[in-house]
Design a protein around this ligand. Structure first.
Ligand code: GLN
Length: 283
């Protein structure tokens, strides 16, 4: 089949399926599978695509029609300008999470050791390590499937000696030295259970529920983390959470333990409070 015809068929499938940005989706898939730069696809209209490749491409498009997220179909998502391997079982890194990394890099320039709680693909921890050579870190997650992705990404960036991964669902049973960390970052599940149904099918039917569902008021995991994580921080250490917005910010300020002092609020691209940081008392 000629590339022009294949492209036309893919776009028709996506439009019929009601998929947003059909031209973008198809060009990303074609360029990945055919290994042709996206901008050059248009000049290759007459190129004959072998049947097997056509089948592969059409089945990827079919997956997208079934609302499988594009990042899972490609097996890759970009975070902080770098590719991360992703698939079922780990949350797809979101652009607003990059702001949490930026904040920690500027707030903790002299840090040497950190933890990335609910590490998922490992995108936060790995990016911090790649941006600051003095750091070593621990990536923690309660889901073994997510840790498989974090392991792949740790290897991809040759960080095995600087990023250790830990399976843990309750920080009360976690072998991290008390007062050993300069900061802890976490992007925990924070969507109130009753709101999960309003999420788009791409998210709620494909991304892991344990990475999204924050319980009745969305703060179940924050409560768990607040109860233990400060113990692992050095005095003056920083705790940084991604959060669900202004309302959740108020809730978290009201449940934060007394030995933490609120430090910074970071707004996302739509003007919502997206990250909160606290500092552990210096004494
Ligand atoms: N830390 C990962 C991310 O920010 C995964 C977060 C999660 O699973 N809730 O994308």
């Amino acid at each position: 089949m000629k590339l022009s015809q294949l492209r036309f068929e893919c776009i028709s499938m996506l439009i019929t399926g009601g998929i947003e940005r059909p031209f973008y989706v198809v060009d990303i898939i074609l360029s990945k599978i055919l290994e042709i730069d996206r901008a050059l696809l248009i000049a290759k209209d007459e190129m004959e695509i072998p049947a097997q490749k056509c089948e592969g491409i059409l089945s990827m498009v079919e997956k997208r029609v079934n609302r499988v997220p594009l990042s899972y179909i490609l097996g890759e998502a970009e975070f902080y300008g770098r590719p991360f391997e992703v698939g079922e079982g780990c949350l797809i890194p979101r652009p607003e999470t990059e702001l949490l990394v930026e904040e920690l890099l500027s707030a903790c320039p002299n840090a040497v050791r950190f933890a990335d709680w609910c590490t998922g693909s490992g995108c936060i921890g790995i990016t911090l390590l790649l941006e600051n050579d003095n750091l070593t870190g621990i990536g923690v997650d309660s889901n073994p499937q997510a840790l498989n992705w974090a392991t792949l990404n740790t290897k991809k960036y040759d960080l095995e000696s600087r990023f250790s991964l830990m399976l843990n669902s309750d920080p009360a049973f976690c072998e991290i030295e008390p007062k050993s960390l300069d900061f802890i970052a976490a992007n925990p599940p924070y969507i109130p259970s009753k709101d999960l149904n309003n999420l788009m099918s791409d998210v709620k039917d494909h991304e892991p529920m344990e990475a999204l569902d924050g319980g009745d008021d969305g703060a179940d995991v924050y409560r768990l983390l607040f109860s233990r994580l400060p113990l692992f921080l050095k005095n003056g250490g920083i705790l940084a959470f991604e959060i669900g917005g202004d309302e959740q910010s108020k809730l978290l300020e009201s449940i934060a333990p007394e030995d933490l002092v609120r430090r910074n609020k970071i707004f996302d691209y739509s003007g919502k409070i997206r990250h909160l940081t606290w500092q552990k008392n210096l004494q």
